[in-house]
Design a protein. Structure first.
Length: 407
């Protein structure tokens, strides 16, 4: 495997931690903006476009499919040409595709626009994780990432509230137009305020032989396997809830779009609390100890949600309260696992970030496909799905991740 790097690359300007945390909040925050702000509008747009529930789920599944595949391409390109060019290209694509979503005349064209939107979002997320590794060691990176994810949580709170209110007042097209405005704002911030962070450019990063060798090395690394499985299964649990919750809360349990936005907002508050807990636990117990403790909260939330359904309890609070526990755990798992998965690969941070992101999107996409078939007018697909993923998360934290203490 070639390890040559561009000798002409110079040390990039190092932005302050506050600016990095804000950049992370905006770049990673595109995920909840793209999904959470959109979810309160999903039942309305499904009816307006005459779409089936399966096609409605495809608007989410297409986004996730493109998001995962795009990262495999964007990551090596970011190692070759730098983070900044990839961010500018990807965010431009995202903003234009978001506008196309708002104007889509049919559900088929909406699915296509969401696919392109996912391609652009992939650039934002893969470069966000890579720039943390560019600037910080894994331990400090986890703390900075936690600050960024606190900002992400604020966007996650705002998105469903805005989505629910705008959908109720002005309709689903205006709600999707708000997503386009957010994308344009993030593009402007990166253009004006964020320098290049890659310490070295790797001209050979996209050569097929080198790329395949790098992917094999990363995918076979036990540290990467443990942390990437943890972050991807935690996001799969989140996605299972997000992709099914609008139908469950609004159609099954009779919650209004505005109240549904408030419920998602409470989840985001719990997630923010988790990011604060993350910073304290990482300092006190280390990354491994932090996620082991968080897994207890995750399992308690998922198991109680599924257990209440098995007992025949079908209510808003039987889902919402356990989900808060899951959210706190998610706020610990994500900052730690996303930075730790990329940690062993400072020279291929873009490629490692891409592969981790692909795993996240692949599991979420599989969950979306399953939900498209499983949604049956009851709460069961949501509660059993989250319960399943909570079991996977806790198993990964208490086995694969725990074994890393021996190395």
């Amino acid at each position: 495997m070639s390890t040559s790097a561009s000798s002409s690359a110079t040390a990039p300007a190092r932005p302050g931690k506050a600016r990095v945390a804000l950049a992370l909040s905006l770049l990673l925050g595109l995920q909840p903006v793209t999904t959470d702000l959109y979810l309160p509008a999903l039942p309305q747009l499904t009816q307006a476009l005459g779409a089936s529930m399966t096609m409605a789920q495809q608007t989410l599944a297409a986004l996730l499919l493109a998001f995962g595949l795009a990262q495999l391409a964007w990551g090596p390109v970011a190692d070759r040409v730098g983070r900044r060019p990839v961010l500018l290209w990807g965010l431009s694509m995202y903003a234009l595709a978001s506008l196309a979503c708002a104007l889509a005349p049919s559900v088929e064209l909406l699915v296509l626009a969401r696919f392109v939107q996912g391609l652009g979002m992939g650039a934002a997320v893969v470069c966000a994780r890579a720039l943390v590794r560019d600037l910080y060691d894994p331990l400090e990176g986890a703390r900075v990432m936690a600050w960024g994810m606190t900002g992400l949580g604020v966007l996650a709170i705002s998105s469903p509230l805005i989505g629910g209110a705008v959908t109720a007042l002005a309709g689903w097209r205006v709600a999707l137009a708000v997503v386009a405005l957010v994308g344009a704002a993030v593009l402007a911030f990166i253009f004006w305020r964020m320098p290049e962070t890659a310490p070295l450019l790797r001209p050979d990063a996209t050569r097929p032989g080198v790329l395949l060798a790098n992917l094999r090395r990363i995918a076979g690394h036990r540290v990467f396997i443990a942390w990437a499985l943890l972050t991807s299964s935690s996001y799969a649990g989140l996605f299972t809830m997000l992709a099914s919750s609008s139908f469950v809360f609004i159609d099954v349990l009779g919650v209004s779009p505005t109240a549904y936005g408030l419920l998602l907002g409470s989840y985001s508050i719990a997630y923010i609390a988790g990011t604060f807990v993350c910073r304290r636990w990482v300092l006190r117990f280390g990354p491994i100890g932090a996620v082991q403790r968080a897994a207890m909260l995750t399992l308690a939330g998922g198991a109680s949600m599924a257990g209440l359904t098995l007992l025949g309890v079908q209510s808003v609070w039987a889902i919402a309260l356990p989900q808060l526990l899951f959210a706190v755990g998610h706020g610990v798992h994500q900052p730690v696992s996303q930075t730790a998965a990329v940690g062993p690969f400072p020279d291929q941070a873009g490629t490692a970030s891409a592969l981790a992101g692909f795993m996240v999107a692949a599991l979420a996409y599989a969950s979306g496909l399953w939900l498209g078939v499983a949604l049956d007018g009851t709460v069961r697909p949501l509660t059993y799905g989250v319960g399943f993923w909570s079991l996977v998360i806790s198993t990964a934290a208490w086995t694969l991740v725990r074994r890393l203490q021996r190395t």
